[in-house]
Design a protein around this ligand. Structure first.
Ligand code: ZN
Length: 223
């Protein structure tokens, strides 16, 4: 792995990828100097990684995931999320910020380990236009997911019915909505959990919840 002081083709490739992902490393000269180190640190902050400026395996993986590519069949990015789940629905390409994946795992855990279903992850520019997405939509950068959350596995649902309202599984049962034969958590409950976890972007919609890890500022809206 390339580190400060290194020279050569490996560093050049790192610099090319940093430039392609808009983390300006200065000239692509194959020298791992202060500019490259600074670009790596900015990338790391963007991806929620420790910003030490060292291009270790996790950092290189996070960088590669930010660039448009074809998902590898069966590849998991975390225990409960596969790379392909974030792929563009029109062209199959994917970009994904690993910070989004980590925050989706946290959201899943907070919601009692219920399956989080990504209905829209990365959108290529053509697909984003086709679905009427915002011009600077976080979906374009792999920072956003529209999600629905399964209410409960059948055996959980049976157990939760016997619990008093006000307990965590009690409120889940109170608010379960039926959609297409599957029970989903109400999107507002998912949005509340995302806000409690400090997601930078949370959008409330009638049938789903938008969450994102935008790098600057905070956004809350209803659509
Ligand atoms: Zn597409």
């Amino acid at each position: 792995m390339p580190v400060t002081g290194d020279k050569g083709e490996q560093v050049r490739e790192l610099q090319r990828q940093l430039a392609a992902a808009r983390f300006d490393p200065g000239p692509v000269d194959g020298v791992y100097g202060p500019l490259t180190r600074g670009a790596v640190a900015r990338l790391q902050r963007y991806c929620g990684l420790a910003a030490d400026g060292i291009a270790g395996p996790l950092t290189l993986q996070a960088l590669a995931l930010l660039l448009p590519h074809r998902p590898q069949p069966g590849r998991r990015l975390s225990p409960h999320f596969a790379e392909a789940e974030f792929a563009c629905r029109c062209c199959g390409m994917v970009r994904v910020n690993i910070r989004l994946v980590h925050m989706l795992e946290a959201l899943r855990a907070r919601l009692g380990g219920r399956p989080v279903i990504v209905t829209s992850g990365y959108r290529c520019p053509a697909h984003n236009r086709a679905v009427g997405g915002a011009r600077m939509s976080q979906h374009l950068y792999g920072n956003a997911a529209d999600i629905i959350v399964a209410a409960a596995a059948p055996h959980d649902a049976a157990a939760a019915k016997n619990e008093a309202p006000g307990t965590s599984s009690g409120w889940l049962m109170e608010y379960i909505t039926e959609r297409g034969g599957f029970a989903y958590l109400p999107p507002d409950k998912v949005a509340d959990a995302a806000e409690a976890l400090g997601y930078p972007g949370v959008g409330r919609y009638p049938g789903f919840t938008h969450v994102d890890v935008r790098p600057n500022g905070r956004a809350r809206w209803s659509g």
